[in-house]
Design a protein around this ligand. Structure first.
Ligand code: HDE
Length: 719
């Protein structure tokens, strides 16, 4: 037997080096007591009375007594399935990895602050830029593009330069690179570009390198990449440190001011540290000497208080200026020379805090170019437009859930409320039932949830006049869409009388289940636009007064009723695909049953024999087995019914609820009932009256398995 662990009673609690700093309100506090074990011989225990976080627990809060040994059947026996401690630990470990980013997998991040140094309210209504001195927290991640998460820091490659601004108006993600242009002009080429530069598909190398066949093959065939190639072959692609490189938003974006005026903008990050690059030979040697050279440098600079900083600059220009240039400002393979449009510095980002946990923050951070705030908008750059879709999409496969926005590093620091609900890994617990909009739950004193605001909400810049794009981006519906009633009326008026009665009754039933009276009244007020008589019938069925008619947004158009819209008018008297239940019992006439069955089958239908007992029953002319027992084969299962019974058996069945119900339901459901004279005793008991659908067995084929709705008023009160 292994010795029990030594207790170090009286010792202070183990150092909590790894205790997570809890930045998440309400998050579980995971703390790890340090242990030094050697096969269970010696290790530190949390002493009784130590603070709660000194105790090692499993994920459900159970304190653990031993973190060195699994539970075994004897010291030399096999591990036991019962060992939840072992199972949880290994299970969690097995699932620790998530898919790495398809591009920019290798990255390093840090927290910081952005401070506006020059207010630009004339350019943008973004709250952030209204006042010099305004600050907001940021998270920046720098990355290489081609290599995997564990690749080296200094290959020749573009560097990602992504910044998440946690503003009062929501997150703004400026997801750029350290090079102001890009390889391709249209997002549709991105998968090809990336396939070509990543390790070659058949051999799995080279890793984190563009010096290979497929990349240069693609480049040679894509002349639009030539500008970017100049940059990629320059010293820009081997920065000395992440702190010493510029950043660019690359695309042309748009700034929109409070007056609704839009101007184009290019974003620039200028390193306060200045720019510096490696010599290629250095880059190669560093890759061997310290593969983490850039990550280490960033971490150590911040840890030592030498906080790296970048100035944010904007190049602002308008449509008229853009139209005069010999290049298209929507083309991401083009830059705008600073000599033509100077870069105006508007703020400074300082990175001043290393991450507490690489995975939780740097790995899980999800940048979305679609994250913009009022006052900052997109342009029609076809590369940007593709990115607006791609990033949201990729986070789902990378982080596994549409709720990735709830991960602390991704959550906005301003409140967010909407009616998105549920999904994998939901951690919010919304209250109430207002998970849809519009709703009028507030009229009943309930919380009705948040609402859109035309004044303060994000509105897309209306692009009228933008070059090559005469259409406007609008969130409106065309005028004719505003007629909501003409076709509702068409449908109602196309129905038969009984179908209309069904609709009125259905509305009464549904609305009788509605406990909110104002909701019932509102629906009635709308029904008046469809048909006054319908509204009146429903109101009567609910014992309610007819409310005022709801105003219609457009005048109704009278449309000619259409028979194609009515089921009853289209009904076919066919046996094809229909099932007829034939009830029989002891002594029934087999020849009649066979005749019925053959007739039904010949007409394409199915005959289903029902009897009080399923085993062989002695009938006139032999023995018959039923397909189903009476109690388990109610007439609702059939499209029509027939019965072949001797009077004495029928008299017995008339005493049985199931038999009486069989006919009562068939009658109530307006089905054809074919029967022999002997059955009459049950029909009488079931209240079945003679009509076009209650016929002798011989007429079954003639009448067919249709519904006899003329009967309906006799069997139920409809609205
Ligand atoms: Fe990205 N890019 N990209 N990209 N990109 C991703 O998103 C994509 C492009 C950039 O540190 C992915 O979250 C498409 C240009 C950075 O987490 C993915 C296109 C620029 C980062 C994606 C581009 C970038 C990414 C992979 C062509 C500079 C790392 C993981 C239209 C302006 C962000 C992820 C971080 C990451 C798609 C082109 C910058 C797959 C489709 C141009 C800095 O969504």
């Amino acid at each position: 037997m292994a010795k029990p662990p030594k207790h170090t009673a009286g010792k202070t609690a183990p150092a909590l080096d790894h205790a997570l700093h809890d930045h998440q309100p309400g998050a579980g506090h995971a703390a790890y007591a340090t242990t030094a074990g050697n096969g269970g011989e010696t290790h530190q225990d949390a002493p009784t009375g130590a603070p709660a976080e000194a105790y090692l627990t499993d994920n459900f809060g159970h304190r653990l007594a031993d973190n060195q040994n699994s539970l075994k059947a004897g010291a030399r026996g096999p591990a036991l399935l019962e060992d939840f401690v072992l199972r949880e630990k290994i299970f969690h470990f097995d699932h620790e990895r998530i898919p790495e980013r398809i591009v920019h997998a290798r990255g390093s991040g840090a927290h910081g602050v952005f401070e506006v140094t020059k207010a630009i309210p004339e350019l943008t209504k973004a709250g952030l830029f209204q006042e010099a001195g305004k600050t907001c927290p940021v998270f920046a991640r720098f990355s290489t593009v081609a290599g995997g998460a564990g690749s080296v820091d200094t290959p020749r490659d573009v560097r990602g330069f992504a910044v998440k601004f946690y503003t009062d108006e929501g997150n703004w993600d400026l997801v750029g690179n350290n090079i102001p242009v890009f390889f391709i002009q249209d997002a549709i080429k991105f998968p090809d570009l990336i396939h070509s530069v990543k390790m070659e598909a058949d051999r799995g190398y080279p890793q984190a390198a563009s010096a290979h066949d497929t990349f240069w093959d693609f480049v040679g065939l894509m002349p639009e990449s030539m500008h970017m190639i100049m940059w990629a072959m320059s010293d820009r692609a081997i920065p000395r440190t992440l702190r010493m490189m510029e950043g660019f938003g690359v695309h042309t974006f748009r700034l929109v001011n409070a007056e609704g005026e839009g101007r184009f903008v290019k974003f620039h990050w200028k390193p306060v540290q200045g720019m510096e690059s490696l010599i290629w030979d250095e880059a190669v040697k560093i890759a061997g000497a310290d593969p983490d050279f850039h990550r280490r440098d960033l971490h150590e600079s911040i840890a030592s208080g030498a906080f790296p900083a970048w100035d944010l600059g904007v190049q602002v220009f308008d449509e008229a200026w853009a139209a005069k240039q010999p290049y298209d400002v929507l083309d991401a393979t083009k830059l705008i020379p600073e000599e033509d449009v100077p870069v105006e510095i508007v703020g400074r980002m300082t990175l001043n805090r290393n991450v507490d946990n690489f995975f939780a923050e740097t790995e899980q951070v999800a940048f979305l170019p679609s994250n913009v705030i009022p006052g900052i908008d997109f342009s029609n750059d076809p590369l940007l437009q593709g990115r607006l879709f791609s990033y949201l999409d990729t986070q789902k496969s990378r982080l596994g859930t549409t709720n990735f926005h709830q991960i602390p590093i991704n959550a906005p620091k301003c409140p967010f409320h909407n009616m998105q609900r549920d999904g994998l890994m939901q951690t919010l617990v919304p209250k109430g039932r207002a998970n849809y909009e519009p709703n009028s739950l507030d009229e009943a004193g309930e919380d009705s949830g948040p609402r859109a605001s035309q004044d303060t909400g994000f509105t897309s810049f209306r692009e009228n006049g933008e070059r090559n794009d005469p259409t406007e981006k609008v969130r409106v519906r065309a005028d004719l869409f505003a007629d909501h009633y003409s076709q509702a009326a068409l449908f109602f008026h196309s129905q038969t009388e009984s179908e209309q009665a069904h609709m009125a009754s259905a509305l009464v039933f549904e609305l009788s289940k509605v406990s909110l009276e104002h909701v019932r009244a509102r629906v009635l007020s709308r029904l008046r636009n469809v048909d006054e008589s319908l509204a009146a019938r429903v109101a009567d069925g609910l014992a309610m007064d007819l409310p005022e008619k709801a105003p219609a947004a457009r005048k109704l158009v009278k449309m000619k009723p259409s028979d194609a819209l009515s089921i009853q008018k289209q009904a076919k008297a066919t046996f094809a695909g229909r099932k007829v239940g034939i009830l029989f019992a002891q002594g029934s006439d087999k020849a009649t049953i066979d005749e019925l069955r053959q007739g039904i089958e010949k007409a394409g239908g199915t005959a289903f024999l029902v009897a009080p007992k399923v085993g062989g029953i002695a009938v006139k002319g032999g023995t018959l087995k039923a397909d189903g027992q009476l109690d388990g084969s109610p007439s609702v299962m059939f499209d029509a019914v027939a019965s072949v019974l001797m009077p004495d058996e029928a008299a017995k069945l008339a005493q049985q609820g199931a038999a009486v119900q069989w006919f009562m339901d068939a009658y109530g459901h307006c089905k054809t009932i074919a029967h022999c004279p002997g059955t009459q005793v049950i029909l009488d008991k079931a209240g079945v009256e003679k009509d076009d659908g209650v016929v002798p067995n011989a007429d079954l084929l003639k009448v067919g398995p249709v519904r006899h709705f003329a009967r309906e008023p006799k069997v139920r009160a409809l609205a």
